[in-house]
Ligand binder design. Structure first.
Ligand SMILES: Nc1nc2c(ncn2[C@@H]2O[C@H](COP(=O)(O)OP(=O)(O)OP(=O)(O)O)[C@@H](O)[C@H]2O)c(=O)[nH]1
Ligand SMILES: [Mg+2]
Length: 164
């Protein structure tokens, strides 16, 4: 079997659920407690797509790092970027839209960037109407697990050349 290794970075403000998404995807667990990430945490999960083993290196970057220039370094060599916001906090959505349009799509053009609106389990119709749905790639809930595996799977599929 073919084996490839890809780096995926998760970005977004504090408390939007980046660590929770990784834990849900990698370990199938969820915790209501909020333990802010310090710096960066790297996790690994291997999934199989067709005849390819895809090793995903997941770089979970603390939200409070986003204001610091140091965090640019962590993006280097990223094959994929998940920009994560909290669907109940519009300011976190504005922040990732800005980050995606002004920075990721400009300085990291070669990486695939997806926008995730997390905490869909808490979202009301009013919350949904505040977001421009055309800019959203996935609505997820790390709590219920809704769409989480699907989002990572979709990302991984980009890395696999299905013609070979
Ligand atoms: N209801 C609900 N709560 C969530 C969801 N995802 C995360 N949370 C909660 O939101 C809080 C923050 O989650 P984290 O995963 O720690 O957020 P983070 O983005 O890693 O935060 P930083 O590490 O500070 O950048 C925790 O209390 C989680 O339990 C979700 O989909 N639904
Ligand atoms: Mg975290």
């Amino acid at each position: 079997m073919k084996s490839i290794t890809k780096k995926i970075v998760l970005l977004g403000n504090e408390g939007v659920g980046k660590t929770s998404l990784v834990k849900r995807f990698v370990h199938s667990i969820f915790n209501d407690q909020y333990l802010s990430t310090i710096g960066i945490k790297i996790s690994k999960k291997t999934i199989q797509i067709e005849d390819t083993e895809v090793n995903l290196m997941l770089w979970d970057i603390a939200g409070n790092m986003m204001s610091k220039t140091l965090y640019q370094n962590y993006l280097k060599g990223a094959h994929g970027v998940f920009l994560v916001c909290d669907g109940t906090r519009p300011e976190t959505y504005e922040a990732v839209i800005q980050e995606k349009d002004m920075h990721i799509n400009v300085d990291f053009k070669e990486s695939i960037a997806y926008l995730i609106v997390n905490k869909s389990d808490l979202m009301t119709e009013i919350d949904k109407n505040k977001l421009e749905s055309s800019k959203v790639d996935f609505y997820t809930s790390a709590k219920t697990g809704d769409n989480v595996e699907f989002a990572f799977q979709r990302m991984a599929e980009n890395f696999v050349d299905t013609n070979t």
